[in-house]
Design a protein around this ligand. Structure first.
Ligand SMILES: [Zn+2]
Ligand SMILES: [Zn+2]
Length: 366
């Protein structure tokens, strides 16, 4: 089967690989669509500690083609979205109700949860990112990450729910539990930031303030109806404008969806006393440097992995919102590519030319 393999930093190319059948607790899927996420780009560019050669891609959605021993609740032909969160339901964190912090999650090891791999080229072992490696025609994934979705649902729109879109929605709806009527600041208006704004709007936040350094991204946030106000951080003093927009008080919630040096500090700075900051993204090794007086003002600072969702509870809820027309995934997942066009997809993501790219194995539209 064809898969996009990265053998060295900055390089990725389609190769023919052999794929083993699913092991216990795993399933095989025929990938129909897979989102192109900033984490894939960071992995490609050597900013994440991954082994190589590796098949990148971790927002896979497809059709179940094989069931490993012991898999229950899924059938051949089911459509599934494969979340980056594959909770074991048995460890300390899963049993205390925090499946996103499952102690068996093995995101950057390149291996399945049992420590082995499923991909080969001849005798050579090939790793897979986030136990799925979905830049491929086929993938073996833990059944625990596979969330069944309705057959009529378009997987090229839903695949972002595997990671990026759920991360943004969950940051606002699950991690922060944004309250109705509140003022929300989102720093970084890319795919995850826009998803965060969508989540805050679904929670009926009153003021949605998007911050970015790229005017086109701010314009897109407004065009999608996701921002009541925008701030161009290259031209305006973000904390000052947020204070003005919030009656001199500061924001109730602030999200750092940019993840570059200084943006988490900015999220904390724009908060009112007692407000909540959530760090979502990071690009490489970013550190937090804030005066402790900021937290002495009762500010809460936390982060999220994957939006802190329980995939089997929240992804069906998000899909339902989409099918009822309340979640504009069509506006987010705006560009599709063939697998052979992956380099162009990465270039478009890097340059901010698309909101969210999708590799489609059926019928690409561009
Ligand atoms: Zn667990
Ligand atoms: Zn991702």
């Amino acid at each position: 089967m064809k898969a996009a393999v990265s053998r060295e930093v900055g390089r990725i190319a389609v190769e023919d690989l052999a794929i083993a059948g699913p092991g216990p607790g795993e399933i095989g899927i025929r990938v129909e669509a897979t989102g192109v996420c900033h984490t894939d780009l960071s992995a490609l560019e050597g900013k994440l500690p991954i082994p190589r050669p590796i098949v990148l891609g971790h927002e896979g959605a497809g059709v179940v083609t094989a069931l490993g021993p012991g898999v229950e609740g899924l059938a051949l032909g089911d459509k599934v979205v494969c979340s980056i969160i594959a909770p074991c339901r048995a460890c300390f964190q899963c049993t205390r109700g925090d499946p996103a912090m499952c102690e068996r999650i093995a995101f950057y090891t390149g291996r399945m949860q049992d420590g082995t791999t499923r991909l080969r080229r001849g005798e050579e072992e090939v790793y897979s990112l986030s136990y799925q490696g979905s830049f491929a025609e086929e993938a073996v994934v833990p059944a625990a990450c596979a969330v069944r979705v309705p057959r009529e649902a378009p997987l090229e729109k839903l695949c972002g729910l595997a990671c990026g879109v759920s991360t943004g929605l969950g940051a606002a709806m699950v991690r922060a539990e944004v309250e109705a009527g509140s003022t929300v600041v989102v720093i970084g208006a890319g795919g995850v930031g826009l998803s965060t704004l969508m989540g805050a709007r679904l929670r009926e936040a009153e003021r949605l303030i998007a911050v970015d350094v790229v005017p086109a991204k701010l314009a897109r946030a407004q065009a999608l109806g996701l921002a009541t106000d925008v701030i161009d951080a290259t031209r305006e003093d973000v904390a000052l404008v947020v204070r003005e927009l919030s009656g001199g008080r500061g924001a109730d919630y602030a999200f750092d969806a940019a993840g570059v040096p200084g943006t988490a500090e900015q999220a904390i700075e724009v908060l009112r006393p007692g407000g909540k900051a959530v760090v979502i993204g990071r690009v490489g090794d970013v550190r937090l440097d804030i005066p402790t007086t900021q937290v002495l003002r009762h500010k809460w600072v936390t982060g999220t992995f994957g939006g802190s969702i329980d995939p089997h509870r929240h992804i069906p809820e998000f899909v339902d919102l989409y099918l009822r027309g309340r979640l504009d995934l069509d506006g987010l997942m705006d560009t599709s590519y063939a697998l052979d066009d992956l380099e162009r997809a990465f270039a478009d993501l890097r340059e901010g030319r698309v909101t969210r790219g999708v590799i489609c194995f059926a019928s690409p539209t561009s």
